[in-house]
Design a protein around this ligand. Structure first.
Ligand SMILES: Nc1ncnc2c1ncn2[C@@H]1O[C@H](COP(=O)(O)OP(=O)(O)OP(=O)(O)O)[C@@H](O)[C@H]1O
Length: 246
């Protein structure tokens, strides 16, 4: 039984997910994939290319119902889910601010979003249109749009991929700053181990396809103590358990 005051976690128990290829071949994407993320935790799903990470997110977002198994979202998560994909999918004819506000229910459209604009360095960009934004800025807007809805559960699919490292690092800090001011249960897909170690409370390490959990790497140390020395110690202990994961 769960102790009083502790909310339900994100709980995933996918027995099997297969795809049928155009040639009629059955592709097993996920097999006995089980893990949990505690409420308010930041977790990363780390696995090799093509192992089934995006497939897992699509199932958890309710975009793909054709699988065997079950999952449950954390406390309050059922109708308060947000997602950020690599493609920011902003409306090109709306400004940055309009794109963010349009994600809100009508009665909250005029909500005070100053904290969000300022945490993500978007204060002076509100009147720009998506066509005027760099890829990194567009991703920041997508992150702002997701947090504006005050989700209980946030899914991120490689939000920093294909950015130059300096931009990616700035965005990681911004993401942490927004997340820590409004703690939200987060599951982020990445294949960048260093990024996972910097951001996560929990790393769920996946096998090659069909994905199942190889192991869980929990990091109890608060993020403010994860300086370069500690990060390399964490990397070393990660490699003791998962020598072949880079
Ligand atoms: N609609 C589909 N039809 C057929 N096969 C698919 C489909 N979607 C995904 N797959 C296959 O399922 C496997 C898992 O794909 P998925 O996109 O979930 O991997 P991933 O871990 O997110 O990969 P990456 O890290 O490269 O983004 C891959 O082999 C992929 O080719």
């Amino acid at each position: 039984m769960r102790p009083v005051g502790v909310g339900a976690p994100l709980s995933v128990d996918i027995e099997e997910k297969t795809f049928n290829s155009a040639e009629g071949v059955t592709i097993a994407a996920l097999s006995n994939l089980s893990f949990e993320v505690r409420p308010g935790e930041f977790a990363c799903l780390l696995g090799p290319s093509g192992c089934g990470k995006t497939t897992t997110l699509r199932i958890l977002l309710g975009l793909d119902r054709d699988f065997a198994g079950s999952f449950s979202l954390p406390e309050g998560g059922a109708d308060r889910v947000a997602a950020v994909f690599q493609e920011p999918t902003l409306l090109p004819w709306r400004t940055v601010e309009q794109n963010i506000r349009l994600a809100l229910p009508k009665e909250r459209r005029n909500a005070d979003l100053e904290w969000l604009f300022s945490s993500l360095g978007l204060g002076s960009m509100r009147t720009l249109f998506p066509g005027e934004l760099s890829v990194g800025l567009a991703r920041r807007v997508a992150i702002a749009r997701a947090f504006a809805t005050e989700p209980a559960m946030l899914f991120l699919d490689e939000p920093f991929v294909s950015l130059d490292e300096a931009t990616a690092e700035r965005l990681r800090y911004m993401l942490l700053s927004v997340w820590s001011s409004r703690p939200t249960t987060v599951l982020m897909v990445t294949h960048n181990l260093r990024e996972a170690i910097m951001l996560s409370d929990r790393i769920v390490v996946l096998s090659p396809r069909p994905a199942h959990v190889r192991g869980i790497f929990d990091i109890k140390l608060p993020r403010q103590y994860r300086n370069p020395q500690i990060m390399s110690d964490l990397l070393r202990s990660f490699h003791v358990r998962f020598p072949d994961v880079n």
